[in-house]
Design a protein around this ligand. Structure first.
Ligand code: NDP
Length: 602
């Protein structure tokens, strides 16, 4: 059991120095260029191991009310909320072979939700489902995604194993033409994009990947055919095998203990250790979570959002590692900075952060018997530099004789692969199997990267319309020149750690916009002036991240050490943003409605 003690100025100065050294040891000149996507000759890393073949079907040429791009929780929630608004023909198009998005793809052993399931799983009030664990296994979450899709009858019109390849606005018909990689070319009055933020697996762009003679795959495409077993373990085919894992982020932390149970030997190639806090997962029943009245889940979810956003609550209902450390994670929100000047706030923040990180470093020392291994597992950066992880089985796994930690910080990660295995420094580590727990490209899916080309009024491409000034939207959803196109995701709105809550509020908003446009026989499109006003609002009061990220080790939070991603967000947090959206729907929704020119043509 570890407790934190107050941290004095001398210790803080030492920590600052150490954090800077650790950052410098890791920053690479190639930044985000150190990675490659799982595409082209590496496309096999992204192939779907879970789909039971690709169903044969004829290309579609019909018309629907709404096309939803993406069948993860974003797309499912959009579909559900549209149904509640009475929209009939909703077609979800999804690359995977079924609903679930990240929970469809991520089935690695040990996969769990690391947010409390009673606030993470959406539409619990509507489905009557009460999760069985405080932190659900991935399969329970995937099944819930399917449950919601079934309840709202989204399956019949859905297209699986299908990727949308373009969206083009037909000015005359005032409809979108949607094409796919299955030769579909169907029409939709509205399009909602819900393509996810961390959905495309990435790999280190190191030499020799193609030479490695052993087996290899990415954690989000787990090859149970090779390992045997399933997400609960039982990977009997790994007995006697030497298995390497690259990456110790939230995924690696969950998968490594399960691999350690079943593989002959596990070699963990670590570059930056995660901070790993207490998990305390347990079975729950309805009484534990207050599931005894209508609306219990909505109340709990709202309570969690308020706590992690620094808004006052009478009681912290979830009371876990996220709510306890909310002030360290969301420190940039004004709600956490109400008192004192900036200097006072930053000093208090730094001291609290140091105390927390000391506690987490002590947890490693308490859990890992070999002092040299324990030292390598200790995180030397501020709490919010990397996504915190939670596990009660990760550190003990390193006490097993069949687990070896290979630190790769000094070589900036694994350097190359040979036919036999992984090279780090002067050593080659022979392996039968190498598993990449190396995460996902950020912001490359959907319209943001141009991978899904969008042409609006006058055939103008969305990325050209945005130009060098970057994205322009109203509230992150709609854009001038792109009528009836609604984007879900983290662009120019507000986010939070419980991302399904964010998506549900977005889905409610998108569905309300579609319903209003239908009722008014209008198209949805903000004026340039409305967009300008929103951009000004989110830029004004945008927090200064520099002081914080300057000392952070590289990772996807700070574009591999290069600074914060250049996508402005609403600066007052998700609670305030949701209130703003509700108010706007009451007062100002009319400003994005224009009578349909083609109204008479239907
Ligand atoms: P991350 O991007 O967080 O981690 C990738 C890991 O790979 C890092 O440890 C990174 O090291 C390492 N790495 C990359 N390249 C190399 C290299 N060349 N040599 C050695 N190591 C390398 O990916 P994850 O899949 O772990 O997590 C991604 C996100 O998915 C999480 O942040 C979280 O948002 C989400 N997630 C959520 C879960 C949930 O339960 N809700 C569970 C799992 C994931 P370095 O840090 O040095 O770059």
């Amino acid at each position: 059991m570890t407790t934190s003690h107050p941290v004095g100025e001398e210790e803080l100065a030492e920590l600052r120095k150490r954090y800077r050294q650790e950052r410098e040891r890791r920053v690479r000149p190639d930044g985000t260029g150190q990675y490659r996507g799982a595409e082209a000759e590496f496309g096999y890393y992204a192939a779907d191991p879970y789909a039971d073949g690709v169903p044969d079907r004829d290309p579609l040429r019909d018309t629907v009310d709404v096309a939803v791009v993406g069948g993860g929780f974003g797309g499912i929630l959009a579909g559900a909320r549209l149904r509640q608004q009475g929209v009939r023909r909703v077609r979800v198009v999804e690359t995977g072979g079924g609903f679930g998005g990240t929970w469809y793809w991520n089935r690695y052993p040990g996969v769990h939700c690391d947010i409390e399931s009673h606030v993470y799983l959406p539409l619990l009030d509507e489905t009557g489902y009460v999760p069985e664990w405080k932190y659900s296994p991935g399969e329970e979450i995937r099944r819930h995604a399917v449950r919601v899709a079934e309840q709202f009858d989204l399956g019949a019109d859905a297209l699986f194993s299908t990727t949308v390849t373009s969206l083009s606005w037909d000015e005359t018909a005032e409809e979108w033409l949607v094409t796919t990689d299955r030769d579909d070319a169907f029409r939709a009055r509205y399009v909602i994009t819900a393509t996810g933020t961390l959905s495309e697996p990435k790999l280190p762009a190191i030499p020799g990947v193609e030479k490695f003679a052993g087996h290899t795959f990415h954690t989000s495409r787990w090859d149970y055919g090779y390992t045997g077993g399933g997400p609960d373990g039982g990977m009997t085919k790994l007995a006697g095998k030497r298995v390497g894992v690259v990456g110790t982020g939230a995924t690696g932390v969950q998968a490594i203990p399960k691999l350690a149970e079943d593989a002959g030997h596990v070699l963990v190639f670590q570059r930056t250790p995660s901070s790993v806090d207490v998990r305390g997962n347990r079975r729950t029943d309805a009484r534990d979570v207050g599931a005894d009245h209508d609306g219990w889940a909505r109340e709990r979810r709202e309570n969690f959002l308020r706590v992690v956003s620094g808004e006052p609550v009478e009681e912290d209902l979830v009371a876990d590692g996220w709510t306890a450390s909310a002030g360290l994670l969301e420190k940039l929100l004004p709600s956490f900075r109400r008192e004192g000047d900036r200097e006072t706030f930053e000093a208090a923040y730094e001291a609290a952060d140091a105390a927390k990180m000391n506690e987490l470093r002590a947890r490693v020392a308490d859990s890992v018997t070999d002092p040299a291994t324990a030292e390598k597992l200790q995180p030397w950066y501020r709490y919010a530099c990397k996504r915190p992880a939670f596990s009660d089985v990760y550190y003990p796994a390193f006490n097993r004789e069949n687990v070896t930690l290979v630190d790769t910080a000094d070589t900036h990660g694994i350097e190359r692969l040979t036919e036999d295995g992984v090279v780090v420094g002067d050593t080659t580590y022979p392996l039968d199997c190498l598993i990449f727990a190396t995460g996902f490209s950020v912001g490359v899916s959907g319209v943001l990267s141009g991978k899904l080309p969008v042409r609006g009024r006058g055939g103008v491409s969305l990325l050209d319309a945005w130009g060098r000034q970057g994205p322009r939207t109203l509230h992150g959803f709609t854009g001038h020149g792109f009528p009836n196109l609604l984007q879900m995701g983290s662009l120019q709105n507000a986010s939070s750690v419980n991302y399904t809550h964010i998506l549900d509020e977005q889905a409610l908003h998108a569905a309300a916009l579609v319903a209003a446009a239908e009722a008014a026989d209008a198209v949805l499109e903000p004026s340039r002036e409305t967009e300008d006003a929103w951009l000004a609002e989110i830029r004004e009061g945008a927090p200064d991240h520099e002081w914080f990220h300057a000392e952070c080790t590289p990772g996807y939070y700070n574009r591999e050490g290069g600074g914060r991603a250049n996508v402005a967000a609403y600066p007052h947090g998700a609670v305030a943003f949701h209130a703003l959206l509700r108010q706007w729907r009451t007062d100002s929704l009319d400003q994005v409605l224009t009578p349909r020119a083609a109204a008479g043509a239907r």
